[in-house]
Design a protein around this ligand. Structure first.
Ligand SMILES: Nc1ncnc2c1ncn2[C@@H]1O[C@H](COP(=O)(O)OP(=O)(O)O)[C@@H](O)[C@H]1O
Ligand SMILES: [Mg+2]
Length: 277
């Protein structure tokens, strides 16, 4: 068995704070017509460490998107609070970037202009804007498509534009909702590897939502597993087989001792959630 390929976790940077993002006793009720409110999230609490990749994993409908939208400030908690670097989250902010589950773009802007959009908002100069946009478009392998319009691209390509756009603003907190769901298998692991490389290099903190177990194990420094109806923290898992370091290639995942056991454990958690409801 070959040893897993690893990278150091930004060793020279100052010590990360363990309570960078705090989710404190958060509940979310959705109002319903002619029925009592639906409790989508029930008393969820956990902290996300600075520079960590925290994965929210759980079956469909367990409240992953709801929780992520609250972190983005796009939705409000019914009870409890969310704090980013001690500041209560009350709305969206520039220090947070978001990649949505389904691709969102401005159809009247070219691919490059879409990626530049966040930079424009942040008031970057033209040279920096173009250089940054082109750099990330090349990294998501869309350099040749910079001047076309989103409608000319496939769903998977549009999702990569969204990834480039989010990365290009160098957010302190990157929030991603099933960002690779629309991609074919090969592109999917290429983008997962790219994400790991960029967020490690740029010391970004990431919360990523997925229902894909391998994606969670490959990307997550920590995995918050949610049960459903209502969404609660069922278990917080640390992929010990990575020994506190990040893998750099998808092959390294299946080569890692301990990976298969953890994968089986998570499949069991998923099955329990599927069977009890
Ligand atoms: N805007 C909404 N109005 C009413 N119910 C909603 C709304 N958004 C989500 N829900 C409900 O909340 C629960 C959690 O949804 P969601 O956060 O989308 O789950 P996930 O992303 O894990 O699939 C589901 O039962 C869903 O039907
Ligand atoms: Mg969702």
């Amino acid at each position: 068995m070959t040893p897993p390929e690893i990278v150091e976790l930004a060793p020279s940077a100052p010590l990360p704070r363990a309570d960078f993002l705090q989710i404190k006793n958060v509940c979310k009720d959705y109002r319903r017509r002619g029925a009592p409110p639906l409790r989508a999230i029930d008393n969820v609490s956990f902290d996300v460490t600075e520079r960590e990749i925290c994965v929210l994993l759980g079956p469909s409908g367990c409240g992953k998107s709801t929780l992520l939208r609250m972190m983005a400030g796009l939705d409000r908690a019914s009870e409890g609070e969310l704090l980013l670097a001690d500041q209560r989250i009350t709305g969206p902010g520039r220090e947070r970037g978001m990649v949505f589950q389904s691709y969102t773009s401005f159809p009247w802007l070219t691919v490059r202009q879409n990626v530049e959009f966040g930079l424009r908002v942040n008031g970057e100069s033209l040279a920096i804007k173009e250089g940054t946009a082109d750099y990330f478009l090349n990294r998501v392998k869309l350099g040749a498509f910079a001047d076309v319009y989103p409608e000319q691209l496939s769903g998977g390509m549009r999702q990569r534009v969204a990834l480039a756009r989010a990365l290009a603003t160098y957010p302190r907190l990157l929030l991603m909702d099933e960002p690779f769901g629309a991609l074919d298998a090969e592109t999917r692991w290429q983008m997962q590897e790219l994400l790991l490389e960029v967020v490690t290099k740029e010391a970004m903190t990431v919360v990523l939502v997925t229902h894909d177990i391998d994606e969670a194990l490959f990307l997550g420094d920590r995995i918050v597993f949610l049960s459903r109806h209502p969404g609660r923290v069922k278990e917080i898992l640390t992929p010990e087989f990575k020994a506190g370091q990040r893998l750099t290639t998808k092959e390294a995942l299946s080569d890692s001792p301990g990976y298969h056991e953890m994968s089986k454990h998570v499949i069991r958690l998923m099955r329990e959630e599927g069977e009890t409801h």
